[in-house]
Write a protein that binds this ligand. Structure first.
Ligand code: PLP
Length: 396
């Protein structure tokens, strides 16, 4: 196979973060130095200009998610904060109704850790298992609901293996049983269609830096009607954002997030098709050139830009270290400092005895076919080298 010249290192870690799209950067630009006003300053033009920009952004984001009203969008610092506000906020504000929270073992730490904190505070938490495909069982979910259940939190798309949970079915079930439904849509927003009304979602978290917007800004959708969701704030001091999130708004970040989400929605169909084709191309090449390789999670219900594989008889650390010219991850960025197998891999019930390297390929907007061919070749070469080293090591 010939490898065309590609610029290295090749970035294939779009689940960890994405570059800011130039069109997003251009939209944000004037809100740093020129229109720098505080959106809460109601006495002068500087404040009005900032407020008008925030209002427009709120409306754009509401429309993209099919929320009924712009006021249902609360700006935060990212999906970590949105998840904490959704989970702890809903549990505290509804303590009179019950103390039970249901989530899933494969959630992001930004969901699992607030769940653990709720349990530590004396609340009840059920973490549902997943099957080999990474999907929850809806009957098990229904069986877990009791009179004290306040909230179900299930992520839209997994950040490691990209599998998509059935939001429509979970939302319908939650509505039928009178339980609130939160979804961490950090990986899903801008990648797959999301409709809070049609899907019966009461709370939804997004993060701008996962869809070509800036870091440090996110949003939480909070349903206002049918039912009106009550939340206990985490931050106090000024009563911004309907009293749910005090603190001066990050105006350039908010403008950038809205622009980024608008672009992602407009380009979603074409981009999903392009990415799924590149992802399949990568998988087909790896299958041909690498023995003992397996795909993790459901092959069909997954993000178009995600491929997660396990390669037998290769040390995980050695593979990624040897692939210096490709930016890849073996697990989510937030937990990659630890050496233990990822909690998502463990939850899939995969053989922990067997030596294998997990590799997450995250493709995105700027990934090219030449890059995919280059990466496929480099992975095959490197796996071959490492396996030969293994054999040599054993024989001597
Ligand atoms: C990235 C990510 C988060 C955290 O988002 P931040 O905005 O970086 O705090 C939460 N959940 C999932 C699924 C993610 O992928």
């Amino acid at each position: 196979m010939t490898t065309q010249a590609v610029k290295t290192p090749v970035y294939l870690d779009y689940h960890a973060t994405t570059p800011v799209d130039k069109r997003v950067f251009d939209a944000m630009h004037r809100y740093f130095c020129e229109e720098f006003g505080n959106a809460a300053s109601s006495e002068h033009r500087f404040g009005w200009m900032a407020e008008a920009a925030v209002k427009q952004a709120r409306q754009t984001i509401a429309e993209t998610l099919s929320a009924r009203r712009p006021a249902e969008i609360i700006f935060t610092s990212g999906a970590t904060e949105s998840n904490n506000l959704a989970i702890l906020g809903a549990m505290h504000a509804n303590a009179h109704k019950g103390d039970h929270l249901i989530s899933v073992v494969t959630e992001h730490k930004a969901v699992l850790d607030p769940c653990a904190f709720w349990a530590q505070q004396g609340g009840r938490v059920t973490l549902l298992p997943v099957n080999r495909q990474g999907l929850i069982d809806l009957e098990a979910l229904e069986a877990a609901i009791d009179e004290g259940t306040v909230l179900i939190s299930v992520m839209a798309a997994n950040n490691e293996i990209g599998v998509l949970q059935d939001l429509n079915a979970i939302g319908a079930l939650a509505k039928r049983r009178g339980v609130l439904f939160h979804t961490d849509a950090a990986q899903a927003a801008g990648k797959i269609p999301l409709d809070v009304e049609a899907m019966g979602i009461d709370l939804l978290s997004v993060s701008a830096h996962k869809f070509y917007g800036p870091k440090g800004v996110g949003a939480l959708y909070v349903r206002r009607r049918n039912p009106r969701v009550r939340l206990q704030p985490l931050l106090f001091g000024g009563g911004h954002e309907e009293g749910l999130r005090s603190g001066t708004l990050n105006v350039p970040g908010i403008v950038g997030m809205a622009k980024a989400l608008e672009l992602a929605a407009a380009e979603m169909d074409a981009e999903s098709t392009r990415l799924a084709a590149l992802r399949d191309r990568l998988w087909h090449q790896l299958q041909k050139t690498v023995a003992d390789i397996e795909i993790s999670g459901c092959p069909e219900r997954r993000l178009p830009g995600n491929l997660h594989v396990r390669i037998a008889d290769v040390e995980p650390e050695k593979l990624l270290t040897a692939l210096k010219d490709v930016a890849l991850s073996s697990r989510s960025a937030c937990t990659s400092a630890s050496q233990a197998p990822s909690h998502v891999m463990a939850a899939l019930g995969l053989d922990r005895e067997r030596l294998q390297a997990a590799v997450r390929f995250g493709l995105g907007r700027f990934t090219t076919e030449a890059e995919i061919d280059y990466v496929a070749t480099r992975v095959a070469e490197t796996v071959g080298d490492l396996r030969r080293e293994n054999t040599v090591g054993k024989n001597t």
